[in-house]
Structure formats: C-alpha cells, structure tokens
Design a protein around this ligand. Structure first.
Ligand code: GDP
Ligand code: IMO
Ligand code: MG
Length: 421
C-alpha cells in the first residue's frame, strides 16, 4: 500500500484538519510528519468544534491508528492540555495515539528563546506563533535536542543541562522572562507523555505498508511557509512539502501515492512576510469577516487576498500534486467579480514563474471572473454548482493541470463535495 499525503499549498490554514477528518475513513493510519503546536487544525461535526495542535486530525473517526511522526516537534505542556481537553469530551487517546521516540521535545526555554529572538528582530520579526518551533528545530539540527524517547531515561538531567545553555543565550539577548510561568506543567506534561506508547514509528509505518495497510500523512503549515521553498526568512522551520513526509515518517519516496494539495479559493496569511495579492480595502475586510479569518492558534486576524495562481502552480510543482482540494468556496459568494492573479508585474517585467524574491512594488496581473453570488453552504452535489463556480474550477484545473476532486462549501464535515474524476 501507499502513503497518501495531504498538505497545504498556501501560507497555512487552508482547512487541512477538516479534510483529513473527512478522508480518514478511507485509511488505516493517520500521521503528522512535521511542525508542532504552531499548527491549529479545526474540525467541525455534529455541532461540535475542535482545534488540534499536536495531535493528528484522524482521532475522531473510530479507532484508526494516529501517529505523531519523528519529524514533529512536540510540546509536552500543550500535549497534556490537549489530551486533557479531549478526555473531558469523552475521547481517550491512549489506545489510538502513538508517538515516535525520535520526535523532538519543545522545552520551556525553547519558547523563551523564540520570544527573545522575535523581540530582538524588532520591525523585521517573522510573526512566529511563539511556540518554540524555530529554537527546537535549531537544537535538532545543531545536535543538542532532547527527543521523546529520552524521557524514559534521566530526562531531568538532560533538561537541566540544555536549560543552562539556553539561559545563557537568553541572557545574551537581554530578554526579560518569568521562567516559572513557562515551566509550569512541564513535569505533568512529561508524565502524561509516559502514559502513551512511544514507538519506533518508522518501523511501524513500514510494517503497515508491507501488510497492505493505507496511511494518510497530514501536513501542517503550507508550502509557502516551507523552510527551503517558502518566502524565506518569513517561513517556519520545517519542510512542509511532500518530500518532508518521507523524512518526517521514515518512508521511502516510492511509497508515496496520491498527493492532495489543499488551497482556499482565495489566499490568507498570518504573520509577516510578502503576500502579492493582499487586499487592504473593503474586499479584504469582507473576506476576513465572511471567512472568519482569525488564527486558530493565536487568534490573530489573518491577512486576506485573491487567489494567486503563480504561487499555486509553484506549490503544485514542488509537491507533485495529483489532486486538488478547494476550500471555502462559500466565502466568495459575496463578490460580484472575483479576481485571480495569473502573473506578477515586477518593474517592466511580467513574470509567470514564482521568483526568488517577492519585492515591494510587485503588482499582480489579474484575470477577472464573474462571481456566483449565491449561497453554496447547503449544496450536496457538484450538479448543483452554479455555472460561475464551475467556470472558476475549470480555469484553475486548466492552469494547474490537476483536477479538483473535493470542493468545500462550509466548515462542517458534511459540507464537503467529493467529485469523481
Ligand atoms: P488548517 O490549519 O489547514 O487545518 O486550517 P484552520 O483550521 O487553521 O483554518 C481553516 C478555517 O476555515 C477553520 O476555521 C475551519 O473551520 C474553516 N473552514 C474549513 N473549510 C471551510 C469552508 O469550506 N468554508 C468555510 N466558511 N469555512 C471553512
Ligand atoms: P497550520 O498547520 C498559518 C506562520 C506564523 C509565522 C511563521 C513562522 O494551522 O496551517 P513559527 O511559529 O512556525 O515559527 O511561525 O509561520 N505559521 C502558520 N501560519 N498556519 C499555520 O499552521 C502556521 N504555523 C506557522 O504565523 O508567520
Ligand atoms: Mg491552522
């Protein structure tokens, strides 16, 4: 069997959590492969709403196996909060959630370092979620990190040594902090982690494949936040792209099957960095309001703009997307005319390929299309799509060369239209 990968093609928050939940019944195993609690994946069903940060989005569909892979960075304090909250709602994860021993731990001092680094950057700050993601991946590549498997053996001693190093660094930044506040709950978090089965996930995942079981890999963030291919330095610290799934799970490249690329019918970005189609006018405000575009992790208002095909095509190329999923089509119902960027004007040049930098003064070249101007949220079948929406879908498919096989028309699990192609 194969590993199908679902990942974001924009700047995150495309709706990955919702679609992983919808697709989970088709799979035996769901695995996160990178990122950490900077992610906020929202699921809505039966009048309930959940936002997951560390935990894969396959936990609500029966007893499917869910795995936190080696490429993830895991915060034990947030993990405990998340599992406690789910337990209160009657969802016990100890039988169905398994954690890689090789995943790295986000420690309280990583979070302080994140805050210190952002404060030192001043106006050029990245707009990090301040969850300690960057410093934890830096310790991983710097070969100083502490892994989940290390909690079984002298964790306190290992943390004390790393903490000492971190405190020296933080002092160099001259950053004020309250260590007690950050460390509150660490011990309990580590104890909670110990109640879970910690596994050699690369061995388990390859065993599943050999036994003919199917795996869905759940991406976090989005392609334009990838450490190599995103709008550097305004990116996250992991490889969010399809190749990252092989690294973050320990599965061979040839085991990858479908690559589901998920995008909003428009664009959003939270945090700093270039955003060619960003709207600063009433249209942007309408998108934010209609789409409820406020961060699932930080509550920050998301920046909004029109769909950017230059960026989308780049993301499709990097990931080898085989199926597209278009989200939040209902949000554009309030526009008479919808715009799509098909190229960028940079100085006197018109470029159609995603450039090294997105300079200030870049102007998107827009194609205008008629809007559908009607409520989509109760639609159950593609046959009932208005002609303008069908047109919009066809244009994106022609431009990217990839079929759109799911269209989402609302936040609920049921508001998902799967199209046979
Ligand atoms: P993720 O990080 O990719 O999982 O996405 P987020 O959960 O951060 O953000 C997506 C937001 O859009 C959530 O609030 C979802 O409930 C909501 N959402 C998902 N699909 C749709 C849709 O088709 N229409 C509308 N209106 N909201 C949606
Ligand atoms: P999901 O999985 C949207 C953004 C932050 C910031 C940059 C770096 O929910 O789509 P970091 O905390 O990683 O150092 O922040 O990346 N960012 C996200 N934006 N969705 C996310 O995750 C994000 N995770 C990080 O806002 O600009
Ligand atoms: Mg999100």
């Amino acid at each position: 069997m194969k590993v199908d990968v679902l990942l974001g093609l924009q700047w995150g928050d495309e709706g990955k959590g919702k679609v992983v939940d919808v697709l989970t019944p088709k799979y035996d195993v769901v695995t996160r492969f990178q990122g950490g609690p900077n992610a906020g994946h929202t699921l809505e069903f039966e009048g309930k709403k959940f936002v997951l940060h560390n935990i894969p989005s396959g936990i609500f569909q029966g007893n499917k196996v869910n795995i936190i892979g080696n490429g993830v960075v895991l915060d034990p304090i947030i993990f405990k909060q998340e599992t406690d909250e789910l337990k209160k709602q009657g969802i016990d994860l100890t039988e169905k959630l398994f954690i890689s021993k090789k995943a790295h731990l986000i420690l309280p001092t990583h979070r302080i370092l994140d805050a210190a680094s952002e404060a030192a950057k001043g106006k050029t700050k990245i707009g990090s979620t301040l969850k300690g993601i960057g410093p934890t991946y830096m310790d991983k590549t710097g070969r100083n990190g502490i892994r989940v498997g290390d909690i079984l053996n002298d964790f306190d001693k290992k943390y004390a040594a790393l903490r000492e190093k971190h405190l020296q660094l933080i002092e160099m930044y001259g950053f004020e902090y309250n260590l007690e506040e950050y460390e509150e709950g660490l011990k309990e978090g580590i104890e909670t982690l110990k109640q879970f089965t910690l596994i050699d996930s690369e061995l388990e995942l390859n065993r599943y494949l050999k036994n003919g079981q199917s795996i869905l890999a759940e991406g976090a963030q989005g392609t334009l936040l990838d450490i190599d291919f995103g709008s550097y330095p305004f990116v996250t610290s992991s490889n969010t792209v399809c190749a990252g799934a092989c690294i973050g799970m320990g599965v061979p490249p040839r085991s990858i099957g479908e690559v589901y690329g998920i995008f909003k019918a428009y664009c959003t970005r939270v945090g700093a960095g270039p955003f060619p189609t960003e709207l600063f006018d009433e249209d942007g405000e309408r998108m934010r309001k209609n789409g409820n575009e406020f961060g699932s992790t930080t509550g920050r208002p998301r920046r909004c703009g029109w769909l950017d095909l230059v960026a989308l095509k780049y993301s499709v190329m990097i990931n080898g997307v085989s199926r597209l999923i278009m989200m939040k089509s209902d949000v554009l119902s309030c526009f008479d005319t919808i715009k799509i960027a098909t190229a960028y004007k940079i100085g006197n040049d018109v470029v159609e390929e995603f450039p090294f930098e997105l300079p200030e003064g870049l102007e998107p070249v827009y194609k205008e299309m008629p809007g559908w101007n009607c409520d989509l949220t109760a639609i159950k079948s593609e046959d009932d799509f208005p002609a303008e929406l069908k047109n919009y879908i066809r244009f994106i498919e022609e431009e990217t060369g990839v079929p759109i096989t799911i269209v989402s028309v609302g936040p609920d699990r049921e508001q998902t239209i799967q199209i046979e192609k």
